[in-house]
Design a protein around this ligand. Structure first.
Ligand code: GTR
Length: 319
């Protein structure tokens, strides 16, 4: 009888028995997409550091719903984690308005300095009162406009039916550019472009290629109008139940995943650019200044509290 008892004791003490699997959502199709790889990496680091007590399972390809839907589930604690673009959160956590502003960053170096500094943490913390604890900010490059016809100047934006993320900020910004914006989840954009429901959309090159949008909208105009990053969040309801040592392990694993994501990002941009070109996409350079000027009223409308104004200033003052 000794052996079965010993086995039982070993099983009861095994961390795997008390393991908590954290499900994490992502909309990107490719298992190689930098954010997907980064959260998987986080899971591996965490499984090790927690002795198997915490694991992460990534459900990409929008399998758990649109970004908006996964955010709602995380707030309720029905889903543990989601990786979403911060622009999706502007109505909920006002601080996310700032990194979503058009033409905020001077360039990639500026953007990365900002997210590595105190502003990054401040933005992430701004969602806690909504039930979401921010774990990481990931690079998402620069977003540009792409369409079924070439957009070469601001005048070409007139009346363009363009898909935007589900945020009032970008409805206002595209309206200011003269376009006719239509907010919808990313999963509906391919069909929208193919059927002519929309003429255009905007995104970074890895998303343009990864969602195959270049098959329907082959003219990509380098407006580089936003550098809104990705955010990884865990439900506060779940976070609050974790013991302090596990919270620490999770924070450390998240930090390690940021490095992995950034390393992957640059390579993914180059790879996606080559793939989009091979599929027939045409890349157009553009004078950005008229676009930048046209969206200035949007800044005044959305950066409307002293807190947001201070955050904008701290970002502009970052070298
Ligand atoms: C991508 C981003 C996604 C999603 C998408 C969109 O760049 O990684 O999280 O927000 O854009 O436009 O909906």
């Amino acid at each position: 009888m000794k052996q079965p008892l010993a086995l039982l004791a070993a099983l009861l003490l095994s961390p795997a028995l008390h393991a908590l699997e954290l499900k994490s959502a992502d909309v990107h199709n490719s298992d190689d997409y930098p954010t997907v790889v980064a959260v998987k990496h986080l899971g591996q680091v965490l499984a090790k550091s927690s002795g198997g007590a915490l694991t992460v399972k990534v459900f990409n390809k929008g399998a758990l719903g649109s970004e908006k839907e996964t955010v709602d589930q995380v707030k309720l604690g029905a889903l543990a984690m989601t990786r979403v673009n911060l622009a999706q959160l502007t109505a909920m956590c006002p601080r996310t308005i700032v990194p979503s502003l058009p033409f905020l960053f001077r360039d990639t170096v500026h953007m990365r300095h900002v997210y590595d500094g105190p502003a990054g943490d401040e933005i992430l913390k701004g969602c806690e009162h909504q039930g979401m604890v921010g774990l990481a900010i990931y690079d998402s490059g620069a977003r540009s406009i792409y369409a079924r016809k070439p957009v070469k100047t601001l005048a070409d934006m007139k009346g363009l039916k363009i898909r935007v993320q589900q945020t009032d900020l970008w409805v206002a910004a595209m309206t200011a550019l003269g376009a006719n914006p239509s907010p919808m989840p990313i999963g509906e954009v391919y069909t929208g472009l193919k059927t002519g429901l929309i003429d255009a959309a905007e995104n970074n090159v890895p998303s343009y290629e990864g969602f195959r949008h270049m098959e329907a909208a082959k003219f990509y105009t380098r407006t580089e109008h936003a550098m809104t990053p990705e955010g990884l969040f865990i439900s506060k309801r779940i976070w609050d139940k974790l013991p302090a040592d596990q919270q620490k392990q999770l924070r450390e694993a998240a930090k390690a995943s940021v490095t992995v994501e950034r390393e992957r990002w640059d390579a993914q941009e180059a790879k996606a650019l080559a793939a989009a070109k091979a599929a027939g996409a045409q890349f157009i350079d553009v004078d950005r200044e008229p676009f930048r000027q046209a969206v200035q009223p949007v800044w005044a409308r959305f950066v409307n509290t002293p807190e947001l104004q201070a955050l904008v200033k701290s970002i502009q003052d970052t070298k």
